[in-house]
Structure formats: C-alpha cells, structure tokens
Design a protein around this ligand. Structure first.
Ligand code: GLV
Length: 320
C-alpha cells in the first residue's frame, strides 16, 4: 500500500451508546468479532467525524445527529421505537433492528413460561402451598387449548412453532398474510376478533407501530374466551392498561404475564404490582446478549464494508 492509499484507508469506527447495557461486556465482544474496527463509547466521542456506525439503545436526543459521517444505526433491540423517539435522528440513515437467534429463543422460553404458568395452575398451586393445602386440579387437555400469537415475524413465527410442538392448537395473527405449517394464520385488523375468539392464551410479540399501539383494548379482551390469559412481551403500549385491569377484575381475562408496560418502570402505585392474577417482570423476556448479538452485528458491518446489502434494515414506512 502506498502512502496516499494508507491515508485514505481510515479504520472504520463504531460508537456504542446504551444506558442499560454493560459496556464492559459489549465492547470487548464487538472488538473480538470486529478487530478491524475501532470502538468508542458515548459520551466520549473523540472526533465525531470519524464515526461510521453507531450501536445504540435509547440514544440521547441529538447524539446520532451529531455524527456527520454516520452511515448505519444498529439497534440494541429487536424494537427500534427507542431510536425513533429521538426527534433529531438523521432520517435518511438505515436503522438495523436486532435479529438474533438467541434473543428469539429467549422470547420463546418466556412465552412458554407465561402460558405454562397458567396452563398448569401455578397461581392456584402457589396459593395452596401458602395454605398448606394438598389439592389436585383436573388438567386442561393441551390439544384442545389454543394459543394465539400476535405477530408472526422472526420472533412470533418461532413462538407459534414452539407451542405447536408442545401440542397446543396455535393461531397466529399478522399485519400481512403469512402461511406457517400447522398454524392457523389470520391477517388484518378485521380478522383480529375472529382470531381472538378461540384463544385461551394470547401472546403478543408485535412490534410497536402506529397500527399496533393500543391493539389490546377492551374490545380485544372481550373477543377472547372468558378467562383467557394474556402474555405481553412486545411493547407495553400494545396494551391499554386500564382495559386490561377491568378485564382482570371482571374475570374476562383470567391472568396476565407481563414483561412490558406503558411506562417503564411502572409507578409504585400501579395496580399491576399487587394484582393477584398478574405476574410482572422488568422487560427481560428477550435480552440482547453480546455473546450472540455481537456476531450478528459483525456480520452486518462486514457486509456493509464489502459494499453488500445489509440485512434487517427497518422499513420505516412499515415501522419495523
Ligand atoms: C427489547 O425490548 C428489544 O427490542 O429487543
């Protein structure tokens, strides 16, 4: 390489920014997978003009706009709502959502946990244990129980398949038409009440978009069979929380296993905290674990460096 070329061959540079993810785990893992790339950690940008890529979770407003040569934004999340929340975000840049097999598998684990918790009467058996009561309950017959999965993308399709493998009847619902073996698929808003009408368990893994916000409202809960269980692991804003509470109070919804909330963390006075039919976890259903996710990011950076199309770029018109 002659001197002029050497000066041109600037080392690519990626900025890491997240208030919630461990930088001491993330950056070494990224560095191991992308030794040819330099990493910086916000807020220490150095020369902002050096930065080609940003990998972010809840980036501070204006951070991305302050990087004049930024080329691609990587989301530390399957969802990208945390990036769209920045009004100054450079609108023309591609945003890559995290499509990671390990994240997907964690979401499946959690969906199974939530459904099986109620399917196998754990709330009742826990209450019995407290009261030192030995009491067997007659089981549900799994092949007659239907799980509904809202969202049939990278995560939802695997969630639906996991329940099918356990012997449940499975219905799926998506925005556009999908066909999945062994899953009864529905699409479009008009088909939602029909789909819901048979779902003893409902798992929401939708992305949050203008079309999906508030989808789980009083009408949706009323469309479910009485006593159905809701497992919410997409985004909290899919659920109209006061409507879910009313449905729990009336017994129309028999239980809720919730990982996401309209506002996180929920206020200390939020009625979910002490509700006997609600199980709450702090947005941990699917974690982005660098051991797996850094490989996914590295493969995409290499595609970009090679001038190839990058995978999983968000369609902003669609919202995911
Ligand atoms: C987490 O919520 C994610 O978007 O992956």
């Amino acid at each position: 390489m002659i001197a002029g070329e050497q000066a041109l061959a600037k080392r690519s540079c990626m900025l890491f920014s997240s208030p919630d993810d461990p930088v001491d785990v993330w950056v070494p893992e990224l560095q191991r997978n992308l030794p040819e790339v330099e990493f910086r950690v916000a807020p220490e940008l150095g020369a902002a003009a050096d930065i080609d890529y940003a990998i972010v979770w809840k980036p501070p407003a204006g951070l991305l706009a302050s990087l004049p040569n930024l080329k691609v934004i990587f989301s530390i999340g399957a969802g990208i709502d945390h990036i769209l929340a920045d009004p100054e975000r450079p609108k023309a840049l591609p945003i890559v959502r995290m499509v990671d097999p390990y994240l997907r598998d964690m979401m499946c684990e959690y969906a199974l946990l939530g459904v099986l918790h109620f399917h196998r009467f754990m709330p009742e058996y826990q209450a019995d244990q407290q009261a030192r009561v030995w009491q067997r309950r007659w089981p549900h017959y799994t092949p007659e129980m239907t799980v509904g999965v809202l969202g049939l993308g990278e995560i939802g399709a695997k969630v639906a398949e996991s329940f099918r493998q356990l012997g449940f009847r499975v219905r799926g619902w998506s925005r556009g038409e999908k066909r999945l073996p062994g899953i009864e698929c529905f699409h479009g808003r008009a088909a939602l009440p029909v789909m819901l009408s048979a779902c003893h368990y409902l798992v929401c893994v939708l992305p949050l978009t203008g079309e999906t916000a508030g989808l789980l409202d009083a009408a949706a809960f009323a469309a479910l069979p009485r006593g159905a269980v809701v497992v919410s692991i997409g985004r909290g804003k899919h659920v109209v929380e006061p409507d879910l509470l009313s449905a729990l109070e009336s017994g129309q919804v028999g239980g809720a296993f919730l990982d996401v909330y309209a506002s996180e963390p929920p206020q200390p006075a939020h009625p979910f905290w002490r509700h006997p039919r609600v199980i709450m976890t702090p947005h941990i259903a699917g974690e982005i674990v660098p051991k797996s996710s850094a490989k996914v990011v590295a493969a995409n950076v290499r595609r970009h460096l090679a001038g190839e199309p990058i995978a999983h770029v968000v369609d902003l018109a669609r919202g995911y």
